[in-house]
Ligand binder design. Structure first.
Ligand code: GLC
Length: 551
């Protein structure tokens, strides 16, 4: 593969890429304000390079009051001053490109924040004005409009409607928000909105950004025809409608938006790429991942799959079949900033209700840290051998665990704050990374981290694992490096094993992967061992272990 300015010139680079998700506020803090920043990312380019990544995806770093961890964007074409400047962005991009790592940014097109200039303009303008028509404003029901216009629920609050008076509006209208009230939904039937997002995509693509992760990609278009439909009249729960005709999600028209984006992406050389976060029925995923639309779509099947052979095999088979339908490539992922840390999921006894456990600050049941991390590494190395693209969430390469006991007064997630404290939320997977074994803030930066780091974080730090061959970090490094060298046609063949809980597959070039999920040791097949996530014992594969070998 030839390289120009550090980047491969292969237009298909994205099909089997290893992409690392950076949650910028929790990655590395260069200026000591307790919040990770872009200079922090630049300062860690050597570390990222040591992982043999093809790309990084940065969660939002735009100006935001953080009502939803940055997914409430005040200005799509700028950097939050607490995280740096556009110059810092350019510097980071150049440094990453220089070592062959491409960059994805997160586009949040379903909603802005309430502090976006256009929403402020909308609140200050009269009902029916062009300013209001960029969002979804409606009169309320009831004699005096005192009831929300419909029964639409919000993901973070009981109702998807908030009265304008909350933000000082002097009229008597309500506006729609699928997420928090600080995240008003755009009116995607308004061409001005469409044009503004094209300008945003162009802004970043012109700066040299290689790809885009599209937040809640299925939600942009709503059925806003009057009278608005009530949800109670629907026979199914969205987004499980298979015809693309629901009220709020996964409507067929949204694909038209992405066709326009695709034209823009293809006007660049190399074409810009995208991945959709679309929580839709699996049969509809290929529509978002086609060559005419976004090209790729997250497949979240593994996130909640039980760590056993049957569910893993099912996920793989299904996902590969789906990707074939539209010439996309699969995306594998075990974690992200919205999920409990994968290692913790595996370290908890399967009967434990994870949400309740988290709500109780992790005190109700013990976590087996060691087994959890072992299984997490084994599962990651399993997915890294599959054809397609792999997304790795920052810290998962360290085998890090969920921080379950964040004190109530430090919780930031609207899932907790807005839902009557019924769910603890996602902060436990967003705690600033430990870089050093000890010392102030475990090397994250000089300022007190925006979420508290627990005592035990140091043993999962980069420093503690660096150079230790059996550590998660070194296993990831080795796997990612080998993966690059071994990459071949996007196919697999399953091989029979003599035990139910062992999966074995190979790639066309003789690259084999075998995972012993549970149970006793399993005899190692003949071949040259390339990598094992735990040492073999008397030539046998222990449980919770993945081995790569050449047959
Ligand atoms: C996506 C993001 C999540 C955010 C939500 C609203 O699901 O991953 O973090 O809360 O969209 O933007």
């Amino acid at each position: 593969m030839s390289l120009s300015h550090g980047l491969s010139t292969d237009k298909n680079w994205w099909r089997q890429a290893a992409i690392y998700q950076i949650y910028p506020r929790s990655f590395a803090d260069a200026d000591g304000n307790g919040i990770g920043d872009l200079k922090g990312v630049t300062s860690r380019v050597d570390y990222l390079k040591s992982l043999s990544l093809d790309a990084v995806w940065l969660s939002p770093f735009y100006p935001s009051a953080l009502a939803d961890g940055g997914y409430d964007v005040d200005d799509y074409r700028n950097v939050d001053p607490k995280l740096g400047t556009l110059d810092d962005f350019d510097e980071m991009l150049a440094a990453l490109h220089n070592v062959g790592i491409r960059v994805f940014v997160d586009i949040v097109p379903n909603h802005s924040s309430n502090l976006h200039q256009w929403f402020k303009d909308a609140i200050a303008s009269a009902p029916g004005s062009a300013e209001r028509n960029r969002y979804i404003f409606r009169d309320g029901r009831g004699a005096n409009g005192e009831l929300p216009p419909t029964d639409w629920p919000s993901h973070f609050a009981p109702s998807a409607w908030t009265h304008e008076s909350v933000w000082g509006g002097e009229g008597n209208q309500w506006y729609m928000h699928w997420f928090a009230p600080e995240q008003p939904d755009w009116n995607w039937d308004n061409p001005e909105v469409e044009a503004d997002f094209l300008a945003t995509l162009k802004f970043w693509a012109d700066r040299g950004v290689d790809g885009f992760r599209i937040d809640v990609a299925h939600a942009l278009k709503k059925d806003l025809s009057e009278p608005l439909r009530m949800r109670a009249t629907m026979e199914y729960e969205e987004p499980r409608d298979l015809n693309g005709t629901g009220i709020l999600m996964d409507r067929n028209e949204v694909l038209e938006v992405y066709k326009t984006w695709r034209t823009l992406f293809n006007s660049y050389d190399p074409p810009r790429v995208a991945v959709a976060e679309a929580n839709v029925h699996p049969s509809r995923l290929p529509l978002y991942a086609s060559e005419e639309t976004l090209g790729q779509c997250f497949d979240f099947r593994f996130i909640d799959a039980t760590f056993d052979s049957a569910s893993f095999k099912h996920c793989v088979t299904d996902s590969l079949e789906m990707a074939k339908k539209n010439n996309s490539s699969t995306t594998w992922t075990l974690g992200n900033h919205d999920q409990m840390r994968y290692a913790t999921k595996q370290g908890l006894h399967p009967v434990v209700d994870r949400d309740e456990w988290l709500l109780g600050n992790g005190t109700s049941h013990p976590v087996d840290f060691e087994i959890g991390t072992q299984c997490s590494v084994a599962a990651n190395v399993f997915i890294l051998a599959l054809p397609g693209c792999t997304y790795i969430y920052q810290g998962d390469e360290l085998g890090i665990h969920e921080v379950a006991d964040i004190p109530e007064d430090q919780i930031q997630d609207p899932i907790y704050l807005r839902n009557h404290k019924k769910a603890k939320g996602r902060d436990g997977a967003r705690v600033p990374l430990p870089w050093t074994r000890a010392g102030e803030n475990f090397g994250f930066g000089d300022g007190s981290p925006h979420l508290p780091q627990p005592e035990w974080f140091g043993s999962y730090s980069v420093e503690a694992e660096d150079g230790v061959p059996e550590s998660p970090l070194e296993i990831f490094r080795k796997a990612l490096k080998l993966r690059r060298e071994l990459q071949c046609a996007e196919e697999i063949t399953w091989h029979k094993t003599s035990r139910e809980n062992v999966l074995h597959f190979s790639r066309p070039n003789g690259w084999n992967c075998i995972t012993n999920f549970k149970g006793g040791r399993y005899p190692m097949p003949k071949g040259e061992v390339l990598l094992t996530t735990q040492p073999l014992v008397d030539g046998k594969i222990p449980s919770g272990t993945t081995v790569w070998f050449k047959a």
